[in-house]
Ligand binder design. Structure first.
Ligand code: 5GP
Length: 213
């Protein structure tokens, strides 16, 4: 019997351009992993190469607002002119089946997740320095210069929120960053607060007398 069968909800967050998506892909490429990616919903136009249902569920603003009203989103935000949100439907299903559910979202959404799901593990991915981030944002060429400027000022505001996270991982190298995240997930599973009741079950003990020894 494993001590903790329920999957973890892991939030990867951090400023736009920090490489969250690349680190997440490296994480999913690792052997023997048991991860499920939470595909977000967005009103942002599809970028070249993006696939419906894999990268995002692309919807209109009207459709998105209906989802909010129906309470079908775990969290949502308005980021640089577009809505982004996490559909609730896939969350419980993934966790109950023992999978680690990975969310890749910005800071505002992460705060909402932590309020609703106190057990979530939140990881803030940071660049080795700010210049690296600016260069990545300018070089990737997926946004207009105005859009890049918006994301840079947003990133500057987001740096100050790092203290709200459970962990900080520097993306100096994609493989290293993915390795650190895997180590965090392993350690979280072994944490006493997550496994203590399963442990007592295993011993056939309720844990009620634990203070008497
Ligand atoms: P992009 O337009 O570059 O794909 O995403 C912009 C920002 O929105 C990124 O920081 C990304 O992590 C974040 N994001 C993507 N999906 C969600 C979501 O479902 N909720 C929230 N709060 N942020 C999201």
């Amino acid at each position: 019997m494993k001590l903790n069968e329920r999957g973890l909800l892991v939030v990867l967050s951090g400023p736009s351009g920090v490489g969250k998506g690349t680190v997440r892909k490296a994480l999913f490429a690792s052997e023997g992993q048991n991860f499920t990616y939470s595909v977000s919903m967005t009103t942002r136009p599809k970028r070249e190469g993006e696939i419906e249902g894999k990268d995002y569920f692309f919807v209109t603003e009207e459709e998105f607002k209906k989802k909010i009203e129906a309470g079908e989103l775990l969290e949502y935000t308005y980021f640089c002119g577009n809505y982004y949100g996490t559909p609730l439907s896939q969350v419980e299903e993934a966790l109950d089946s023992g999978k680690e559910l990975i969310l890749e979202i910005e800071v505002n959404g992460c705060r909402q997740v932590k309020e609703k799901m106190v057990d979530a593990v939140t990881i803030f991915i940071v660049p080795p320095n700010k210049d690296v981030l600016y260069q990545r944002l300018m070089r990737r060429g997926t946004e207009s210069p105005e859009e890049v400027q918006k994301r840079i000022s947003k990133a500057n505001a987001e740096f100050g929120l790092a203290y709200q996270y459970d962990y900080i991982v520097v993306n100096d190298d994609v493989k290293n960053a993915a390795d650190r995240i895997r180590a965090i997930i392993r350690a979280e599973h072994a944490s006493t607060r997550r496994s203590i009741y399963k442990y007592y079950e295993l011993l056939g003990d309720t844990g009620e007398n634990k203070d008497e020894q």
